[in-house]
Design a protein around this ligand. Structure first.
Ligand code: ARG
Length: 258
């Protein structure tokens, strides 16, 4: 009898030990729904439809499709660009979908999904201004950027490391404000993502032009907290199947087709 009790006790302890060892290693459970943080000032990737007030854009439709693919609800929060990563880290949302370029610096604090689209920085000037055709021509000029974007980073690098004597970098909280500053003559150039420049040309024809070719190669990824490894894997898998089902192309056409 005593032996039997001892044996039962040992089994219970063994099971407990196994459970305790295995559980913490298991991945963090999936959240109930995908809450997305996006700075909707970046058409055609994320923006507010002026008429309906709806949140639209390539990134957001792609996230919605990912949610459908995973059978998870998607809620999108329109948040300020500056501080979008701290907002993720403090738990205000669990995914950033905001034209966010994958950079090494950001990879130190967040995980990125596989890249979902290519991008690059371009210089935009006022229509008819042919004095700027490459980054070197920004010497002696004022430049507008969205604060803490890769455009800001690049312009700052040119000025501080590459010896291009940019007179001043004006940093704006919203991307459209940088374009307004250019239109109003406050600066001579904007450094911004190619896709957003292209959309601006469509929206306000005859006001701006592109100066030269894109001068960086970048990729956008969705960003998650480092601890959310299971959701990361799920989103990556969903991206693969949305591409193979043609849903990705459909969304791409919606925003980049002619
Ligand atoms: N791709 C650039 C970056 O990651 C700009 C992104 C700006 N996004 C936005 N929704 N305003 O820095």
């Amino acid at each position: 009898m005593k032996k039997k009790l001892l044996f039962t006790g040992l089994v219970v302890v063994a099971v407990l030990v196994i459970v305790l060892l295995v559980l913490p290693r298991g991945q963090k459970a999936l959240p109930e729904k995908i809450v997305v943080g996006s700075s909707a000032d970046f058409a055609p990737f994320e923006y507010v439809d002026e008429i309906t007030g709806e949140l639209k854009g390539f990134d957001l439709d792609l996230m919605r499709a990912i949610g459908e693919e995973l059978g998870m609800e998607v809620e999108i929060k329109n948040v300020a660009w500056d501080g979008i990563i701290p907002g993720l880290l403090s738990g205000n949302y669990n995914v950033i979908a905001s034209g966010l370029t994958i950079t090494e610096e950001r990879q130190e604090v967040v995980n990125f999904t596989d890249p979902y689209i290519n991008a690059g920085q371009v210089i935009v000037v006022r229509a008819g201004d042919d004095s700027i055709t490459s980054p070197a021509d920004l010497a002696g000029k004022k430049v507008a950027v969205q604060v803490n974007t890769t455009g800001d980073l690049k312009a700052t690098e040119m000025m501080e490391e590459e010896g291009i004597a940019i007179t001043e970098i004006r940093r704006f909280n919203n991307a459209p404000d940088a374009f307004l500053e250019l239109m109003n003559g406050g600066v001579e150039a904007v450094v911004i993502d190619l896709g957003v420049a292209g959309e601006q040309f469509k929206a306000t024809p005859g006001i701006y032009q592109m100066a030269g070719e894109p001068f960086t190669v970048e990729e956008y990824g969705f960003a998650l907290r480092k601890s959310d490894t299971e959701l990361l894997e799920k989103i990556n898998a969903a991206l693969v199947s949305l591409r193979s089902k043609g849903v990705y192309d459909e969304i791409y056409e919606r925003y980049f087709g002619n």
